[in-house]
Design a protein around this ligand. Structure first.
Ligand SMILES: Cc1cc2nc3c(=O)[nH]c(=O)nc-3n(C[C@H](O)[C@H](O)[C@H](O)COP(=O)(O)OP(=O)(O)OC[C@H]3O[C@@H](n4cnc5c(N)ncnc54)[C@H](O)[C@@H]3O)c2cc1C
Length: 374
């Protein structure tokens, strides 16, 4: 198990690299490879891998701290790391031991290939197929968004079941798999370095052993393993982006002067009012994140409700906080040098990432009203 000081030092080193590269990653839409290499060197790609395969044996709380800290520096790196930890959680549950060792050693980056052109943000209902042919299984799919596409070493891939009941089956797809194509380029509003590109599979032949869990058991894996990790880590990224916006805004307000008045921007009561709202929104999102972690760790009866809530709440908070940051910092925020406009753009991804904020409201409303979620 990793010690707290060791974790803090390791993540600070990686975050330093992320900070240095963030502007360029955003401007050019380049995958943050140096940051990922630094995470590997610091032992943070293997953070949540079990110690019996050489990992650090840490849990969701430590992963959340890493993602939040990275998001303050480079949100694209935080998102890539989020998807890697989600994919690692699946591998820890069902993956082959040699891949688990590679992940633990920092030699393998993973991600999730769930969203599809046909079922869009309803990732729990894939339309792609897996067809048995001899000893192989042929995967056919049109995946609409895959973070780290073309950069990852392995993909946790969803399809409809081969033969079993259920909505989906999960597969392990390695980089370089014949029959899989990654589309060119990702040109997004925010998270510009996350390389979230479409991928297609045309009769991609994988071994039957590439199945993760049981045929038809994909839905349970998505909801039982992936969802808690994704929701918590996505919320952690939102909290990190919000923290970055609060810090940058407060610093700007403190040093920016109206010379004719002999006052700073922070001397204006309306400015302070907005900064206070930013602080409160960020702290509320963090408090819910901490409570969700506590619910998950102690298996509280309200865990699923908290897991659903945390990403919705954090995604709304970070949109509000970064909107206020733009308003408080005025024209200075409209240009790139403050970094606030990057926070503003990056913040918007969480709402669109599935389960989307509006879909979460629907699920939460159903849960509160005692209705089945699906
Ligand atoms: C930066 C980024 C990275 C991503 N990375 C990955 C990844 O690594 N792996 C992956 O699998 N996917 C990934 N995605 C895809 C993501 O999870 C969603 O599937 C995708 O953003 C949905 O976009 P869409 O246009 O298909 O949405 P649509 O499904 O067309 O939704 C459009 C709108 O309708 C709303 N809506 C849809 N259904 C409901 C409902 N039931 N109730 C209320 N409102 C609803 C949505 O909230 C949204 O506002 C990523 C997305 C982004 C933005």
């Amino acid at each position: 198990m990793i010690r707290q000081e060791e974790l803090t030092d390791a993540v600070e080193h990686a975050a330093q690299v992320a900070s240095e590269r963030a502007g360029d990653v955003d401007a050019t839409g380049t995958f943050p490879r140096q940051t990922i290499d630094s995470l590997a060197q610091e032992g943070l790609l293997g953070l949540v891998s079990a110690s019996d395969v050489g990992g650090r044996g840490a849990g969701m709380r430590e992963a959340s701290a890493v993602v939040e800290r990275l998001a303050r520096s480079c949100a694209s790196s935080a998102l890539v790391t989020t998807m890697h930890y989600c994919a690692t959680a699946v591998m820890e549950a069902h993956g082959p031991v040699e891949l688990r060792r590679e992940i633990a050693a920092g030699r393998s980056l993973g991600t999730l290939a769930f969203s599809e052109t046909g079922s869009r943000s309803h990732f729990w209902a894939p339309l792609s197929t897996a067809t048995a042919e001899g000893d192989d299984v042929l995967l056919d799919a049109s995946k609409s968004w895959v973070t780290s596409a073309g950069e990852a070493d392995f993909y946790v891939w969803s399809s409809r079941p081969m033969a079993g009941d259920g909505a989906s089956t999960m597969w392990l797809v390695r980089a370089g798999q014949a029959g899989i194509q990654v589309a060119d380029g990702f040109n997004g509003l925010g998270m510009r370095g996350n390389s979230s590109k479409p991928m297609t599979a045309k009769r991609a032949a994988v071994a039957r052993e590439a199945m993760l869990g049981s045929d038809g058991g994909g839905f349970d894996l998505m909801m039982g393993v992936v969802l808690p990790w994704f929701q918590v880590l996505n919320a952690s990224a939102s909290v990190g982006i919000a923290e970055a916006a609060v810090s940058a805004t407060a610093a700007h307000a403190g040093r920016t002067r109206f010379e004719h008045l002999g006052q700073s921007l922070a001397d204006q009561p309306v400015t302070r009012h907005h900064i206070a709202r930013m602080r409160i929104q960020t702290d509320m999102a963090r408090a819910l994140l901490m409570d969700t972690l506590q619910a998950v760790e102690t298996n509280r009866p309200d865990t699923m409700l908290r897991v659903l809530e945390v990403k919705a709440a954090a995604s709304e908070a970070v949109v509000d906080v970064t909107e206020l940051a733009m308003r408080v910092c005025g024209g200075a925020a409209f240009r790139k040098e403050l970094g606030v406009e990057r926070n503003f753009r990056d913040a918007r991804a969480a709402t669109a990432m599935a389960p989307t904020t509006d879909a979460l409201y629907d699920f939460i409303g159903k849960a509160v009203c005692g209705l089945p979620l699906f």
